[in-house]
Design a protein around this ligand. Structure first.
Ligand code: GLC
Length: 736
């Protein structure tokens, strides 16, 4: 019986009871304020019941209070789709036949849409799938900042800029929670790479912590009203982040007034006393590596289970900390499982596929185009598709965000469907990447085995390319270990599997060679000047092929903008230029100190400081039309305004970006910082006025001496652009 049915049954039981018993207890009365219900429920719970609700009882559930009719609480991964059910105490999937889902594009693609409305739609669709699958909390979204392009999990996050990530995470959280499904924003905090995620102790300045790494979490809490936050595996100031006093007690709960639940990452809890005192509220996955193995049925031995109960009974703790944890968990219950207005949800609906397609189409970024795209349907008769990523399923793998998609349209299938009756679409493997196709028991069912050598595959592709009107290469990374995958980072910046040789050879054979990079990360592109066009294709989920075909043939005009800086080489990224990744092992080899030496100068902030020219800038993305920016001006009310016009022949969308420069400041500041953006859709010839209100928060910086945000009066500049390096207009202004 699901949650709402239990609540209704109990309410009926009470309401049909004899007159003497007709009062519904406050905790069961939906007309009562949540806080009233929380206090009433807390007052009725025994010590054992309190202990049971603050730690897992299975891989992805924690106990309710059966005696009081409070249902068990179910969580599930992940940020871009509802993971298949696993067995009670296993990582392997349960093999159910009713838990296939829609795989939505990975969050780096969502960020690349620069469209907060789509983030809201995304959260709503995910909530509906979660509700239908009986999940009360989704373990996502992830908003860790893109610091190094080697991080295995960048594909799950929203890029390098705190403002962009903040603007995109808030509507996602609101969309999810509006239907009574909790977001669990992760991984709090400073979990910016995977290689040694359980041993990394991040050393970072207060300014970088507050100006770069915390803002998206702060926005999710203060504006998104997130009901849960997931602690990260790594350490900060030598304390594990799942029970970190500064991050959880001081910043999250005291400063940000977070009233929700802090959930440990799976296996991120290491100490009862710290877990009791430093802000952990729900312990999950202890004695597991969070991915594939763990002690069986260890739940009673969890740090917040019997050890904690024993410590209370012998007087080491009062129940003050316990009651605070339980209040937060009960609040979560009344926001989710006990919310009788929650809908039943939908699974794999056309509306969800439409959302997946819309996010994919709007997130695809046209990086380079020498008049090759869109494919000219009037003349294209033979299109050659090359590459393993044209056929390889990408929804399986990558770690905890792996899915069992009801369908995944491959790029090859998408193009074949779209060009049916128009052009012949041939396929050449081109290279062999990872032929396995399984993750925690979910298999792709694909047989990608290949006996031919790299040279033979390249030779075949090149000979076919010579006869084609277009060559579309789908390459990039994949969700295998040491690629875009949880648990490890990439070993280098280059494309794997000899793709560079393949692309260079194809570009030589056909000038209309297009490279579509399927990845969540930037990669080296030594052949960047040789190909006719480059598209960043992301991990697009169920509708990958449909969305890619739509953009490649011009049905959809690409409007994606990069959420991170794409440098030419790894040493142009700060952590690698400063030898600040992965860090320095301590003598005991148990902890690796990773000092964020670049401080606040992450991404384009670093490029500006070092006067480096990105291969493709943060915020960059081309369109099949063109846009003209008028002169920027400051209105009497202080707003920054300018007109944007579509000067091309196609409808299109332009993302107008506002960067702010503090001309003179008492502390070092980046040359400029993104402080607002607006995506405008314009018909050919149409203009729109874009207006940015200037708020003090857009001018402020974190003063670590004062431990607060400050705005220093003085001269500022508003830089309006189409990317971090394509500034189209400037307005100087004074701030009093
Ligand atoms: C994993 C991940 C986390 C995920 C959790 C449950 O190790 O770090 O993102 O939600 O464990 O699978």
């Amino acid at each position: 019986m699901n949650a709402s049915k239990i609540a209704i049954a109990l309410a009926i039981a009470y309401s049909t009871a004899s007159p003497a018993q007709t009062t519904i207890p406050p905790y069961l009365d939906p007309s009562k304020e949540i806080e009233t219900r929380v206090e009433d429920a807390l007052s009725r719970m025994t010590l054992d019941e309190k202990i049971r609700v603050i730690h897992a009882q299975s891989k992805f559930s924690s106990a309710g209070v059966p005696r009081l009719g409070l249902p068990d609480f179910w969580t599930d991964d992940g940020p871009h789709g509802v993971r298949p059910d696993v067995l009670w105490d296993e990582w392997e999937q349960a093999g159910q036949t009713n838990d296939s889902c829609v795989a939505f594009p990975a969050l780096t693609c969502l960020a690349a849409t620069w469209n907060p409305d789509l983030a809201s739609l995304y959260g709503t669709a995910l909530a509906e799938e979660a509700l239908y699958r009986g999940k009360d909390m989704m373990l996502g979204p992830g908003v860790n900042i893109y610091r190094t392009p080697l991080n295995g999990r960048n594909f799950e996050y929203m890029g390098e800029d705190p403002l962009l990530a903040s603007e995109m995470v808030v509507p996602y959280v609101r969309g999810l929670q509006a239907l009574g499904v909790a977001a669990c924003v992760k991984h709090f905090a400073l979990n910016n790479d995977e290689e040694y995620r359980n041993q990394v102790n991040v050393v970072v300045s207060d300014r970088a912590l507050h100006e770069i790494y915390l803002p998206a979490f702060k926005a999710a809490v203060e504006k998104g009203k997130a009901w849960a936050i997931m602690g990260a595996y790594n350490l900060y100031k030598n304390q594990h982040n799942c029970h970190n006093d500064i991050l959880l007690n001081k910043i999250l709960k005291q400063d940000w007034k977070f009233d929700g639940v802090v959930v440990s990452d799976w296996g991120g809890t290491h100490d009862t006393d710290e877990a009791v005192r430093n802000g952990l509220d729900m312990e999950f996955g202890s004695w597991t590596n969070g991915l594939s193995w763990g002690a069986s049925n260890a739940y009673d031995n969890y740090y917040l289970a019997s050890p904690y109960k024993k410590a209370i009974l012998c007087g080491q703790y009062s129940t003050a900390e316990l009651d605070d944890k339980v209040r937060r968990v009960l609040r979560l219950f009344f926001r989710t499982t006990m919310d009788r207005s929650r809908p039943a949800g939908f699974l794999c609906s056309e509306a969800h596929y439409s959302t997946a397609r819309k996010v994919a189409e709007e997130g695809i970024v046209l990086l380079k185009n020498d008049n090759v795209l869109p494919i000219d349907l009037s003349s294209a008769r033979r299109v050659l598709v090359v590459g393993e990523n044209a056929v390889k399923m990408m929804t399986v793998g990558g770690g905890s965000s792996s899915l069992k998609a009801q369908r995944e349209i491959s790029p090859l299938d998408g193009l074949r469907a779209r060009l049916q009756g128009i052009a012949q679409v041939d396929y050449a493997r081109g290279y062999v990447g990872d032929v396995t196709g399984e993750y925690n028991g979910v298999t792709t069912g694909q047989d990608l085995t290949e006996s031919r050598s790299a040279d033979e595959l390249i030779a075949e592709a090149v000979s076919m390319a010579r006869a084609a009107d277009y060559v579309i290469v789908f390459g990039g990374l994949n969700k295998s270990d040491y690629q875009d995958c949880e648990g490890h980072d990439r070993k280098d910046f280059a494309l794997p599997y000899a793709q560079d040789r393949l692309v260079a050879a194809l570009a030589q054979a056909n000038k209309r060679t297009v490279f579509v990079n399927i990845s969540g990360n930037a990669v080296a592109m030594p052949w960047v000047d040789k190909v006719g066009a480059i598209v960043q294709g992301w991990f697009l989920g169920s509708e990958s092929g449909t969305a890619l075909a739509s953009v490649l043939v011009g049905d959809a005009n690409p409007s994606g903008r990069l959420p991170f800086s794409w440098m030419s080489s790894l040493d142009q990224y700060a952590p690698h230029a400063l030898n600040a990744y992965p860090g320095t092992w301590r003598d005991d080899k148990k902890i690796i100190d990773e000092e964020y030496k670049e401080d606040i100068f992450v991404g384009y902030r670093w490029a500006d400081k070092q006067k480096l020219k990105p291969l493709f800038a943060f915020g960059h993305g081309l369109s099949y039309t063109t846009f003209e920016y008028g002169k920027a001006r400051r209105a009497a009310n202080g707003d920054i305004c300018l007109t944007v016009r579509n000067t091309g022949q196609r409808p299109g969308a332009e993302t107008v970006q506002l960067y702010i420069r503090d001309v003179k400041s008492s502390l070092p500041r980046p040359v400029k910082e993104l402080k607002a953006f607006k995506k405008v859709w314009l018909q050919p010839g149409e203009s729109a006025e874009v207006v940015f209100a200037i708020e003090p928060s857009m001018l402020s910086f974190f003063d670590d001496a004062k431990q607060e945000w400050v705005v220093e009066p003085g001269q500022f500049e508003a830089l309006i652009g189409a990317s971090a390096t394509d500034i189209r207009a400037k307005v100087a202004f004074d701030w009093k």
